[in-house]
Design a protein around this ligand. Sequence first.
Ligand SMILES: [Zn+2]
Length: 385
Amino acid sequence: MTTPPSSFALTDAIVFTGESFVENHAVLVKNGHVADLVPMARRPVALPALSCANQILAPAYIDCQVNGGGNVLLNNQPTVQGVLHIAAAHRKTGTTRLLPTCISDTPDIMCTAQHAVREARKQDPSILGLHFEGPHLNPSLSGAHDSSLIRPISKEDMTHYCAEPGELFVITLSPEQVSPDQIHQLVKQGLIVSIGHCAASLEQVQAALDAGATNFTHIMNRMPPIQTRSPGVAVLALNDKKSYAGLIADGLHIHPELVRLIVRSKAEDRLYMVSDAVPPAGAETPLPYTMGGESVRPQPDGRCINDKGVITGAHHTLGECVPIAIRDIRLNPERVLRMASTIPAQFLGLGHSLGKILPGYQADIVALDHMFKAQTVWRDGVKVN
Ligand SMILES: [Zn+2]
């Protein structure tokens, strides 16, 4: 790995700023930030130039739901090394910021994972914080989680769930297990509350939103089918204009036709992509693993199948979902690139510093080939892959 000079210009590429595509411009990077975006003819000649001919420069990706990577699952290896290893595996395909995600587990394991993420964050700025997905979910929609570990929230949990200054702490919960008052209290304690693995009524979900929940976890996945006379959580997740929603657009979790419907339905500045990645994501050689008490085998097409033959997930990174969403699901490239970076930055309250290639923003940039495959990755103006 080579480190470029702290000031340089990225030239000869098409630039997606997070707002629009710009041609014949150079991106000037200085001390970790985007200093300017200028026409090629006005590029300061004294600045070292890195040519990115025939490539697209886009804001690097931000993944709010990462269970694992590089053959490591956070729940199985809740250590600083485990967290750093997962972050490194995702960096290769353009993800420069992420929330390691611990799925439903014992209080001991979840607490250990929390400490590991906090320590790892001091060493690696790509780790923005933590995502607890569970254990206060609807047990009938446990999915890849071990349903025996799913439980209502307790008084001890309420005192334990507290974000540290500067830390992002997302919790996915179901309003069936957590009351509006408790959600309100969690938000006061600095948490970002997301609704998921949930079969609550529309009224219950609306009450959770009114209490301060701001997001839906993997929209449509682990939500009951839409009923004509009792539309539930999925319909509210689509219709609500204020809340955000994460979407797994890997062509496997949700049928492409339904992905297109979701993308047309949800407010454009509120829908973003997540990988929901499992251990083989970003691994040179994807290996079998254990998750939620089941052994799972990765398949060459990206699916992960347990011993009963059930698909339990997929092992794509967000950087691998981007070309799938554009090429196979036929979504608009601008929308996809925004969903992979600009919108998750805004969801996390970081929209002023991440998710765009514009003056003043942190220089988190991914260079993509014509198939939208990551070629080079910079974080804070430093080449990390
Ligand atoms: Zn889930």
